[in-house]
Structure formats: structure tokens, C-alpha cells
Design a protein around this ligand. Structure first.
Ligand code: ADP
Ligand code: ASP
Ligand code: MG
Length: 820
């Protein structure tokens, strides 16, 4: 009994340089004990493209010599490096020299003729594989393996296409078996081409080496076929675009077919047919990391996942025929297909509107002109008589498709797919789902393929709940928030929350990450790489990075930005606002923001607008939503006034108390902003609106701490002096209050449908009587909470608690992954 047979294919990425050849040879060596190995090779990376360029340049009337030289130089570099190490490469060398002369002659001939017959084209392009396969025999022999080279005359062809032939596997079987030398461990063949009955080279199509391997495996009945590349296997999406794409352990033939048909560059679609027909398992593996198991393509992929992968195909054109003349007519689709088939244009997808009023089909961009002309000719009569409108063509389109055998057993996949795409702001032009239901494809603009792919990947493959953050404003609160993110990083991971900061901006600069912002150096990066920005740049981030449900965190105090929330939510962003300006703007805008959040299913959260991190807004909303009703509210909502009134209670004069609070950093830079009561009034307005009062700011009655006509006009430097004139009257009020066992407090109140902020005498025994030293308190009497009210107290200002409140809001925007 001979050994089992194994077919291995090494692609261009495994043969880029000497290191690639050596890695590939090492891989081959791992299998020679167990198997008799048949190796099929692509050309050295990039060589086929250069040869093609040389041909097309010469056809175009310019010398292609430069490109030809570049192709040969790549090959020669490897041979020379080996020679430098004292390694002989007789087969490779001889072929290289002979090839150099022949190819040069051929390309000159093309230039003279101004054309290149397919036969010549095939011969020139095949030379890349001719070289690499011979050099591999040299390398293997040097390593001590017995390796034989075989030409592809053992691959007789089933059709007469010079550039895209099929192998006659039945006829190939005895030839291959006869060629296999029993004592040689490895037989190496060039991929990409076979030879016809006259011995002439015919290509197997671009990326045809996969097909060479599959056809050989089918012909000899190999137990296993391996495709060796520079990636670990089949990924859930192109790893160059989706950085967190995962390597799949298995896919079915059908899934692999759909994924590769629409662009996944893993194995050529053509190669899958012989593998599937003969039920040959195929491994896709990494030449540079052969310990990894790779992806197994086979017939019985388990259906653990509903969706297996996402692929995208660029350079597609969509063509639409429409007009009343199509309605109800039999055979239109057949005529479209025949017209294109006669020009050898393959149709990537075709959909017909149910009224038959239009047909849209997609072809590769290279076929666009041919397809259009063929259709114009076919429908000449209809066009002449106005039965169909002008044939519409959209170039630069891409097809994004979602693939999985399990999809047909699961409802709602298409809806999820389309929702994800639209949430990246991408417009879907055509939708096609085959009757097998294991793939859904959409046509989008070329530039939208990347965001659409990324966003769908998140929607179907993200395992952790995630939050994408765009932080606007990185002053005290913003930068503290970033610190808290860093401190919490590990714990977030433990709780499967993937929090990613995608962009950071201050008033001047915007830093947008390619993927995520490096929080350990955001200050430097913002300074060095940040760009001046407009709101549209922020809006563009969602599409650029393909984000599903990103959140803008507004840690500014910018009024203009606050007025853009509606636009931001309309563009798919959640808003977390530390900035109070939006909620204290007009009532009309207040409503508009809530409508925008609802119509876009986005979150608008602003817990820190009142009492910083204290969980008041959320608590209040929760109570009201569950049917409770506010009777009265009273609260101390200003940290600075809480501090000042506490000092007054200790017998300190008003002027001194204000000056002390200033020193301690408790007040605004101009303490009149606190003393005017307007800051408290704004917070009360937010609370009032929250409980259903349709108020504007001037509906709130405000009694300032001290009369504004006394202190309003003086210079800041004279403020304390001016306040001294009020010290006496304040001490009297305090003494008066004390007699009644009370204290003075600056209280915000909602009662009987009215709102008021004023200095009040509060009994010491009541909750507000104990609030001082910068603390806030919020006291609510509701239907459920009476006669004893619900009380929330704690620090209501400061970067740490405010940032923590913002962080809390962010956690409530979490986007949860779907089961897949
Ligand atoms: P080779 O010629 O060596 O077979 P290719 O040039 O055909 O290799 O392409 C390999 C590249 O295809 C990989 O480097 C990878 O970036 C890309 N690729 C695209 N889609 C996928 C996918 N779904 N899974 C794995 N790789 C993919
Ligand atoms: N070298 C050929 C190509 O680039 C065949 C292959 O790599 O599979 O198309
Ligand atoms: Mg290739």
C-alpha cells in the first residue's frame, strides 16, 4: 500500500521572497512522512500582475520591457540570495535565463503587432508558475527531500478557452498517477495552466492555482487538499478591513462558494466545484504559522452559527432597464441573460421588480461597456419606440453579502442586515436573496462597502456589548472621564463591555482614530495629529469607521453644539450631555430633541445636568414612567451656595463667606453667576420639564441671593467690598431664623405647578437643614413617597463625580450583540 495522497497549494503570498519559499518548503516537509505530497505553486507574488502589465503596455504601443524586467528581477532576487548562501538552483536558473530571452522577444513582438493573441498571452503569463515550481524543487532537494518536477501535460483540458480552461479530471487521473514516482516524496507542478492536446499552454483563469490543486485532488482522489496562504484561514470578513475579524474553524462548501463569489479572497470560487463534487475536505492555512489549524472547508459544517461571514466585492457596475414596455412581457430576463452570455459577460446578480417594470443586474466593471452595448442592441426596438427608458448604469458600485447556511432556519436576518447597514448611513440600492437563502447581497456605492462591511461585522459577530465614544470637550470633566476609562479598562473587559474611544476633540482640534484612540497618549496625539474641525467631520466618523450606535459625549459648555443635538441624533448618534445648554434652551427645542431620539431610536442622556453624578434624573424618570406622580420638589442644587450658606450658619459674614468659597474654588470665576440664582434656576427648569411642566426659563421665579441691582454693576475687584454693605442685614436674617430653630438655605422648589428659587428659612430638623459644605440634596414628595419624602444627597459638583455620572450614562447606551 502506498502512502495517502495530499495536494498542497502555495499562493503568491507564500512565495513573496526567499523566506516564503523556505517557509513553504518547511511546511511541505512536515507532511512527507505521512503522505505522498503533490505541491502546486502560484507565481512569485506580483509576477503575474507585472507580466500582464508588460503585455497590456506593449499592446497599447509602449514598450512593456520595464514591467517585464521588474517581474524577472523579483524572481532573480531569490535565486541570487540562494546563490549567496551557496545553494545551487539548477532548475530555477536554467528556466530563468531561457525565460528572460523568450519573454523579451515575445513582448517585443506584441509591441510590433499592436496586439497579443490569447495563445501568446497564456504562454507569457504561465511563465511565472513555470519558474516558481522549478525553484521549489531546487529548494526541496537542497533540504534533502526527493522532489520531482512535473509539467502540466498531465492536466488535459476539457474546453478550448486559452485564458479560462477547465481540466478534464477523468482524463487527468491515469496521467497523474503514472507521473507520480513511487520513491519521490514530493511532486511539484506549476499551477494556473494546463496543456491542450497539441501541448500548448492554456490558462485556468486568474487565481487559477487553487483550481489546479482542486482539480488534481479530484483526479487522484486525494484525501485532503490544503491551500497555504499568508492568513490563518477563512475570516469572518476581510481582515484588512475588519481588524477584529475572526478566523473560522470551518465553513461548508456552499458557504465558501458564496463568500468567495462576492469577493472573499481565500480560495477561488472555481476551485470549490471539484472539491465539493468529490467531497474532498480542504484546509486553508497559514504558511507562516503552520501550528494553527486553519479553516476546514467541508460538506458538514456544523450549524453553530447562523451567519458565517461577510464579503464584499468592488468594481461592480449595476445596470437597470426600466419602462412600461417591460410590464407583463414574457422572456425579458432570458433576453437579458442571452445578450450578455453571447458577449461572455457573467452576471453577478440580477433582480426584477415584481411588477416587471424594471430589471437590475450587476456585472464586473471591466464588463460594463460590453454589457451595455449588448443590451442596447438586444433592446434596440423597445428603445426606439419608447417602450423602455434609457438604460441606466451606475459605475463604482460594490456588492456586500452576508453568508451562512443557518440563515434559512432563522427569521429576521435580512432585517438585521439592512438595519445595520442603514445605521452606518449607507444607502442600499439593490437587495438580492437567492432562493437557497444562504446568502443575502446588497449593492451599495463603492466607497460605502467598507463602512457597510464593518458595521455588519459588528452587528453579527461582536461578542461583547460595546460602546463607541466620541468625546467633545476634554477640559476638567472630559479628561477625568478619559482617566476613568483607563482605570476601568480591565473591569470593563471582565464584564464583556468593549468601550472604544474613537475620537476626541477640544474647541480647536479633532483627533479621529483609525481604530481606537490610544488613551495613554491622547493629549500628545490630539496636539500632534488633531485637525481643525467642523460638525460634519464628527458626523462623518460614523460612516468612516462603520459604527453601529456611536455616542457623542458633550463635555463642553458650548451653546452652538447643544443646538446640533437633533442633527446628530438624526445622523445616528446617541448623545450623552454634561452640557446643560440644550435642556435649558427653548421648550420647543427641548421637545424636538426628544422626538429626534425617538424617531432614530437613539439615546439622549443628561444625568449630570442636575446635581452632577447623583442619580436623580434617572430615578425621577423611572418613578414617573412607572406611574408615580410628583407632588413637590425641593432641593439644594448649587454646590457653591451650599458652601456659602454653611459658612453663614457658622456665623461668618456674607462677604467673608463668599470670599472664602471663591478661594476654595467652589464658585464660578465671577461669583455673581452663583449669587444671581440663575444657575439654580436652570437646573430647576430641567427638573420641571422632566415632570411635565412646559416651562421656559422666565416662568421660574428667581429671588437672587442678594439684590442684583446692588452688586450687578460693580467691578469684580469691588464685589466683596460691596457685599459688606449687606453683611448686617444677612446676620439679622440668620439670627431670626435661628430663633425659630432654622437655618437659611438657597432652595429650588416645585409646588402647585409653580417653580421658584429663593433664600428660605429651613427647619434644622428637615433634610435640607443639614445640607452644607458643597453638598446637594434633592427631596421629592410623590404619590408613593409621602409623607416621608425620598431624599438624595451628596456632592453635586466636581470633575470626578460629574465624569462618573457621564460614565454611568454611557453604560446605558450600551449596544448589545445579537445571538449568532
Ligand atoms: P494567495 O495568492 O497567496 O492565495 P491572495 O493574494 O489570494 O493570496 O489573498 C490573500 C489575502 O486575502 C489575505 O492576505 C487577506 O488579507 C485577504 N482576504 C480577503 N478576504 C478574506 C477572508 N474572508 N478571509 C481571509 N483572508 C481574506
Ligand atoms: N499567478 C496566477 C494569478 O495571479 C495564478 C494564481 O496565483 O493562482 O492569477
Ligand atoms: Mg494568488
Amino acid at each position: 500500500m502506498g502512502k495517502k495522497l495530499l495536494v498542497q497549494k502555495f499562493g503568491g503570498t507564500s512565495l513573496a521572497d526567499l523566506a516564503g519559499f523556505e517557509a513553504s518548503a518547511a511546511v511541505i516537509g512536515r507532511y512527507t512522512d505521512e503522505y505522498q505530497v503533490i505541491v502546486v505553486l502560484s507565481a512569485v507574488k506580483g509576477v503575474t500582475d507585472l507580466l500582464l502589465l508588460a503585455i497590456d503596455t506593449a499592446v497599447g504601443g509602449d514598450s512593456g520591457a520595464e514591467h517585464l524586467e521588474a517581474a524577472i528581477a523579483r524572481e532573480r532576487a531569490i535565486v541570487e540570495e540562494l546563490a549567496g548562501q551557496g545553494v545551487q538552483t539548477p532548475l530555477g536558473n536554467a528556466f530563468l535565463e531561457e525565460q528572460h530571452a523568450t519573454l523579451t522577444r515575445r513582448v517585443e513582438g506584441i509591441l510590433l503587432l499592436g496586439q497579443c493573441p490569447d495563445e501568446t498571452r497564456a504562454r507569457i503569463l504561465a511563465s511565472g508558475e513555470g519558474f516558481s515550481s522549478r525553484l521549489m524543487v531546487d529548494v526541496l532537494q537542497h533540504k534533502g527531500y526527493s522532489a520531482q518536477w512535473s509539467d502540466t501535460d498531465v492536466l488535459p483540458l476539457a474546453n478550448e478557452d486559452w485564458l479560462d480552461s477547465l481540466v478534464d479530471t477523468e482524463a487527468a487521473a491515469p496521467l497523474l498517477k503514472a507521473r507520480l514516482e513511487p520513491h519521490s516524496q514530493v511532486m511539484v507542478l506549476p499551477g494556473f495552466y494546463g496543456r491542450n492536446s497539441n501541448g500548448n499552454v492554456q490558462l485556468l483563469g486568474r487565481n487559477g492555482t487553487d483550481y489546479s490543486a482542486a482539480a488534481i485532488a479530484a483526479a487522484i482522489g486525494a484525501g485532503l487538499c490544503q491551500i497555504w496562504k499568508d492568513v490563518d484561514g477563512f475570516f469572518t470578513a476581510d481582515p484588512r478591513i475588519v481588524t477584529n475579524a475572526r478566523c473560522l474553524d470551518e465553513v461548508s462548501y456552499g458557504e465558501a462558494m458564496e463568500l468567495t463569489y462576492f469577493g472573499a479572497k481565500v480560495i477561488s470560487a472555481k476551485a470549490l466545484t471539484p472539491l465539493a463534487a468529490n467531497n474532498i475536505p480542504c484546509e486553508v492555512r497559514n504558511t507562516y504559522d503552520p501550528s494553527k489549524p486553519g479553516t476546514l472547508i467541508h460538506s458538514e459544517a456544523k450549524r453553530a452559527h447562523v451567519v458565517r461571514g461577510i464579503s464584499h466585492l468592488h468594481d461592480v457596475s449595476s445596470i437597470t432597464l426600466q419602462g412600461g414596455g417591460l410590464r407583463g412581457r414574457v422572456g425579458i430576463a432570458r433576453r437579458v441573460m442571452d445578450a450578455l452570455a453571447s458577449e461572455s459577460v457573467s452576471i453577478l446578480l440580477i433582480v426584477q421588480s415584481s411588477s416587471e417594470y424594471s430589471i437590475t443586474l450587476c456585472v464586473r466593471k471591466v464588463d460594463e461597456k460590453k454589457a451595455l452595448n449588448a443590451l442596447k442592441e438586444e433592446f434596440h426596438f423597445e428603445r426606439l419606440h419608447g417602450l423602455i427608458a434609457e438604460i441606466g448604469v451606475q459605475s463604482d458600485r460594490a456588492v456586500v453579502s452576508l453568508v451562512g447556511d443557518g440563515m434559512k432556519h432563522c427569521r429576521g436576518i435580512a432585517a438585521r442586515f439592512l438595519t445595520a447597514i442603514s445605521s452606518a448611513g449607507v444607502n442600499v440600492e439593490v437587495i438580492a436573496q437567492g432562493s437557497t437563502e444562504c446568502a443575502i447581497a446588497v449593492v451599495v456605492r463603492g466607497e460605502d462597502a467598507q463602512p457597510a462591511t464593518r458595521v455588519c461585522h459588528t452587528a453579527f459577530f461582536s461578542h461583547s456589548t460595546h460602546i463607541d465614544v466620541i468625546l467633545l470637550g476634554c477640559g476638567n470633566v472630559g479628561s477625568e472621564l478619559l482617566d476613568q476609562f483607563q482605570r476601568q479598562a480591565e473591569s470593563l473587559v471582565e464584564h464583556h463591555v468593549d468601550l472604544r474611544v474613537r475620537a476626541i476633540a477640544n474647541s480647536e482640534l479633532l483627533l479621529v482614530a483609525d481604530d481606537v484612540v490610544d488613551l495613554s497618549r491622547w493629549r500628545d496625539d490630539l496636539e500632534e495629529q488633531g485637525q481643525s474641525w467642523k460638525l460634519k467631520d464628527v458626523i462623518g466618523i460614523r460612516k468612516k469607521l462603520g459604527l453601529l450606535s456611536p455616542t457623542i459625549v458633550d463635555c463642553t459648555t458650548d451653546e452652538r453644539l447643544a443646538h446640533e443635538y437633533v442633527r446628530l441624533m438624526d445622523n445616528g448618534f446617541n448623545i450623552v450631555a454634561a452640557n446643560k445648554k440644550a435642556n435649558t434652551s427653548t421648550y420647543e427645542y427641548y421637545r424636538e430633541m426628544r422626538n429626534a431620539a425617538a424617531r432614530n431610536s437613539r439615546k439622549f442622556l443628561y444625568e449630570t445636568n442636575v446635581a452632577a453624578g447623583l442619580p436623580f434624573i434617572d430615578t425621577l424618570q423611572g418613578l414617573i414612567r412607572s406611574g408615580d406622580e410628583l407632588k413637590t420638589f425641593e432641593g439644594i442644587l448649587s454646590g457653591s451656595l451650599s458652601m456659602i450658606f454653611g459658612l453663614l450658619e457658622d456665623g461668618i459674614a456674607l462677604s467673608e463667606a463668599v470670599s472664602k468659597a471663591m478661594e476654595l474654588g467652589y464658585t464660578e470665576p465671577d461669583p455673581r453667576d452663583d449669587l444671581s440664582g440663575m444657575d439654580v434656576a436652570r437646573k430647576l427648569l430641567i427638573i420641571a420639564r422632566e415632570v411635565g411642566l412646559q416651562f421656559e426659563l422666565n416662568d421660574i421665579s428667581v429671588e437672587p441671593v442678594v439684590p442684583m441691582d446692588v452688586i450687578g454693576q460693580v467691578d469684580l475687584s469691588e464685589l466683596i467690598g460691596t457685599l459688606q454693605s449687606l453683611d448686617q442685614s444677612f446676620s439679622e436674617r440668620i439670627a431670626q431664623a435661628r430663633k425659630q430653630d432654622g437655618v437659611l438655605r438657597y432652595v429650588a422648589r416645585v409646588e402647585n405647578g409653580a417653580c421658584k428659587v429663593s433664600v428660605e428659612t429651613v427647619p434644622k430638623s428637615k433634610p435640607l437643614g443639614a445640607i452644607r459644605d458643597g453638598e446637594n440634596a434633592l427631596v421629592i414628595h410623590t404619590h408613593y413617597y409621602q409623607p416621608i419624602p425620598m431624599v438624595l444627597r451628596g456632592y453635586g459638583a466636581g470633575a470626578a463625580v460629574t465624569a462618573a455620572g457621564v460614565f454611568g450614562d454611557l453604560m446605558r447606551t450600551v449596544w448589545r450583540p445579537l445571538d449568532n
